[in-house]
Write a protein that binds this ligand. Structure first.
Ligand code: NAI
Ligand code: 15L
Length: 272
């Protein structure tokens, strides 16, 4: 199936985190894949547009999240705290939140989830390593630990309840790479939407791990183990290299943000 023919349409997709940086993009880009897009967030979402259902919800609220999953065919789970924070905050939004989401999926018979995992599940691997999708996880903080929990939780819900999940270990998905590390981790919005489309329509998803990155010329990760998804990136960070290198000086080689794949996340905390 090519990018231009995302058929047959799913009836209803739930997009969590729809008010966030990626959510705002995906709110437009997921519509061709479904008849109805249910958008949810704890933050303001604006009025419902064509094809949309707007359902505000705090992921920490179990009853509300379970109700959110009613009549849903597939979930794109982007909601939650997206950077390093004190554990207590991560616990509510990310750890309890992802548990509530899968309970809702189980109760309402939802078959497929695309989970926004993060490169911070492997952030304490060194930058000179090339990691495949089966490598050991080395989370670089409470945020990365919460994504690692989400990967394990989704594996459990597949083994126990056959709910299929793609865990996308997103690198850095912004309009442009912001620094030299992101030249390796960058993923364009177009490529992210295409990878999500591949995950939604793969004939057999099972429980898949895939790195979310564009076709950058230098990368930390190898997606050969996710070839069954049929994803081909179209964009590359290379077009930004000159500008990034001009404005962002190279870090000293001993700076831990340069030593480890997680960059500056590995230096955050403790929170006291
Ligand atoms: P973001 O922070 O802009 O969006 C996250 C959204 O989740 C926000 O709109 C926020 O209001 C919502 N949220 C937070 N706590 C919530 C709660 N308790 N209940 C309901 N909604 C809540 O983050 P972004 O960049 O859009 O990322 C989306 C997802 O992708 C996140 O899960 C993030 O961890 C993941 N990701 C993003 C990367 C990136 O480069 N943008 C890289 C790796 C992972
Ligand atoms: C993430 O997981 C964050 O959500 C995002 O804000 C970026 O910091 C990204 O990782 C990254 O590592 O660049």
């Amino acid at each position: 199936m090519s990018e231009s023919t995302p058929s047959p349409k799913l009836n209803r997709i739930l997009l969590t985190g729809a008010a966030g940086g990626l959510g705002v993009e995906l709110r437009q880009r997921l519509k061709p894949f479904c008849n109805a897009l249910r958008v949810s967030d704890i933050a303001a979402l604006g009025a419902a547009g064509a094809q949309e259902e707007v359902v505000p919800c705090d992921l920490a609220n179990k009853e509300a999240v379970i109700e959110l999953l009613r009549d849903v065919d597939a979930v794109v789970h982007m909601g939650g705290i997206s950077t390093e924070h004190p554990f207590e905050q991560i616990l509510e939004a990310n750890i309890k939140g992802v548990f509530h989401l899968y309970e809702g999926a189980r109760i309402h018979g939802v078959q497929r989830v695309v989970f926004a995992s993060s490169n911070h599940v492997i952030g304490f691997h060194k930058q000179d390593e090339t990691l495949d999708v089966d490598c050991a996880r080395r989370p670089d903080g409470y945020y990365g630990l919460s994504k690692s929990f989400g990967e394990d939780l989704s594996r459990f819900y597949f083994d126990r309840y056959r709910i299929e999940t793609a865990c996308i270990r997103i690198g850095s998905s912004f309009p442009e790479p912001k620094d030299r590390r992101m030249l390796k981790t960058w993923m364009s919005y177009r490529d992210l939407a295409e990878l999500i489309r591949c995950c939604l329509y793969a004939p057999k998803l099972g429980h898949s791990i895939v790195y979310g990155m564009s076709a950058n010329s230098e990368v930390f990760w190898d997606n050969a183990g996710a070839a069954h998804l049929g994803f081909k990136a179209q964009d590359t960070s290379e077009v930004f290299r000159e500008a990034v290198e001009a404005r962002a000086p190279a870090l000293p080689v001993t700076d831990l943000a340069r030593v480890y794949q997680g960059g500056a996340f590995v230096k955050m905390g403790p929170f006291e």
